[in-house]
Design a protein around this ligand. Structure first.
Ligand SMILES: [Zn+2]
Ligand SMILES: [Zn+2]
Length: 386
């Protein structure tokens, strides 16, 4: 976690670095990778006195709008340090269409200790949503009702349930995590497994260096229809193996911030490397976003990488980048704000946001590889240009 001052100092030292090296994106180890939390900002806009919302341009994919969101956010109503309304303001500044506030059910330190006894304490687990909702409506931000189911052993670890109708019945089942998931699923929630490489040996997480595994416990809830997705990126941690899991067992990929402090203290303002989940939705409504989650039309964008299911990542690329061949020369035009690192034959190119490149080869190349767009574990997107 960086303080704002460290962030600024680091950003100044590292200058215009916009993406992590290819070697990072192609990491093959079955462990968590911690991304340098001091993300750097390429265009110096971290001081943005006007607070103009970030504009993120991504063309439609087929007939789907590409919406931007974050589905793992904490507030003072669990162990976050920010009021719900301010999460709305941060999201608007980031140019998001949608967020879910997902406060812990089991851990609410600012309520005076571990509050798991809903009835006795008369706790209301919808409170952050209810406070933020009118502000979100005013600002035209879609706010999804959600929660974090937080168990102190791995398995099962933590889950987010989003698109809930009422968080309290989930909290009432607090003694039985599978029942909590069942109650959430019964409400129509999309449930995903959070930070599956969570390293916290003293509080129930994995030992450092222990390989992550999709356990029989997770498979059990998946088969029952209670688990629908997995975080492939959380905060500053990247879990490469999750991409293959999602392909093999048909899960949605999610990239989230899991932010507890303010946006400013975590990423600075409008940091282009900050985690975002892209949603390919029929329209800009909660119903359409939910439909897209269940259809697995979510794509992660974090730390300069695109992480998603192959069929949708390829369609996203084709919507963003125009390829024109003329004899042995190729022109690529990126009409989106998503940066692409391109390999053609043995040559690497940076195709930045809203930019063009032209290159000529001795013979006609047959394919290009987008090395920072991954469609599986250590599997970059390949596009045929034959
Ligand atoms: Zn968690
Ligand atoms: Zn969390």
């Amino acid at each position: 976690m960086s303080t704002r001052r460290e962030f600024l100092r680091h950003a100044a030292l590292l200058g215009a670095a916009t993406t992590l090296p290819v070697s990072f994106a192609l990491g093959q180890e079955n462990v968590t990778k911690t991304v340098d939390p001091l993300f750097t900002v390429p265009n110096g806009n971290i001081l943005n006195p006007k607070r103009t919302p970030r504009k993120i341009t991504i063309p439609e994919v087929e007939h789907f709008q590409v919406l931007k969101g974050d589905f793992h956010i904490h507030t003072l109503f669990s162990d976050g340090y920010v009021m719900p309304k301010d999460r709305v303001h941060e999201a608007v500044e980031n140019g998001f269409d949608v967020i879910a506030i997902t406060d812990h059910i089991e851990y609410r330190p600012f309520f005076g200790g571990k509050s798991t006894q809903l009835k006795e304490r008369n706790d209301d687990h919808n409170i952050a949503y209810d406070i933020a909702k009118p502000e979100a409506e005013k600002k035209n931000l879609i706010l999804i009702r959600g929660t974090e189911i937080t168990k102190s052993t791995m398995p099962p670890g933590h889950f987010n349930a989003i698109f809930l109708k009422d968080v309290n019945p989930v909290a009432e089942a607090v003694d039985d995590w599978k029942k909590m998931l069942a109650v959430a699923a019964d409400q129509g929630a999309f449930v995903f497994w959070n930070h599956p490489g969570w390293v916290a040996p003293k509080s129930g997480g994995l030992e450092k260096g222990v390989p992550m595994s999709f356990t029989s416990e997770h498979d059990d809830v998946r088969r029952k229809g209670y688990l629908h997705g997995i975080e492939v990126f959380n905060g500053t941690s990247y879990y490469p193996v999750v991409a293959d899991w999602c392909n093999e067992i048909d899960m949605g990929l999610i990239t989230t911030s899991d932010i507890h402090v303010s946006e400013w203290n975590m990423y600075g303002s409008q940091n282009p490397l900050r985690p975002i989940t892209l949603i390919l939705a029929e329209n800009r409504t909660e119903d359409a976003i939910r439909e897209a989650f269940f259809a697995r039309r979510t794509i992660g964008w974090a730390a300069g990488m695109i992480l998603g299911r192959p069929q949708w990542v390829e369609k996203l690329f084709n919507a963003c980048v125009e390829i024109v061949k003329n004899g042995n020369s190729i022109r690529l035009t990126n009409r989106s704000d998503i940066p692409c690192q391109i390999q053609i034959a043995d040559t690497f190119y940076e195709l930045n946001a809203q930019s063009k490149l032209v290159s000529t080869f001795d013979s006609t190349p047959k394919k290009l590889t987008v090395t920072n767009w991954l469609v599986g574990t250590a599997k970059p997107l390949e596009i045929s240009i034959d």
